[in-house]
Design a protein around this ligand. Structure first.
Ligand code: AR6
Length: 169
């Protein structure tokens, strides 16, 4: 798999799948989640609501991933995943890695070839960027099905620098 690291807004990416750093309720929020729903339009929320009414009555567990339409985004699908909230006293790295791997598996199940990730958990959920970059890059190092390209889309030059440095280590 080719790993790309770019600075930008994930909602403008022309890829098969955009990964959303959602919350368990799947009904929208701030940060990248808010941006995806705003730009993607109400079709995404409508599908999330249907999922909550059917197969996910208790919401999406942390570390899991589920797909919906991408609505009006240039992507074909949004894969929603729920990152762990950062904890200084408990190691939740396996859950952050699982978000990435499960998102890739859901994307591959759709036949996707390109997937864009934000820096999951590094905003409202407080995960330190250096650690998140290391975990995210390690989690996408193994090939998964049809996926050929994984693009990390970092918001701001600090996140871009940290991910770029983590990759060169
Ligand atoms: N494109 C790319 N990255 C972005 C964008 C964007 N348009 N907007 C923000 N980021 P966050 P979390 C970056 O807070 O920490 C929501 O309310 C941002 O700078 O979006 O996983 C959900 O509903 C940061 O580096 O996600 C959950 O409740 C990264 O995306 C909660 O926030 C992730 O920040 C999830 O928190």
């Amino acid at each position: 798999m080719r790993i790309e690291i770019v600075e930008g807004d994930i909602t403008t990416q022309e890829v098969d799948v955009v990964v959303n750093a959602a919350n368990s309720a799947l009904l929208g929020g701030g940060g990248v989640d808010g941006a995806i729903h705003r730009r993607g339009g109400p079709e995404i929320l409508a599908e999330c609501s249907r999922l909550r009414a059917t197969e996910l009555p208790d919401g999406l567990p942390v570390g899991d991933a589920v797909a919906t339409t991408a609505g009006r985004l240039p992507a074909r699908w949004v894969v929603h995943t729920v990152g762990p909230v950062w904890s200084a006293s408990e190691d939740r790295s396996a859950l952050l890695a699982a978000c990435h791997r499960n998102s890739l598996h859901v994307a591959a199940g759709l036949g996707a070839e390109s997937v864009a990730f934000p820096a999951i958990s590094t905003g409202i959920y407080g995960w330190p960027l250096e650690s998140a970059a290391e975990i995210a890059l390690a989690a996408v190092s193994e090939p998964v099905g049809s996926i050929r390209t994984v693009r990390f889309v970092l918001f701001g030059d600090e996140a871009f620098r940290v991910f770029s440095e983590a990759r060169s280590r």
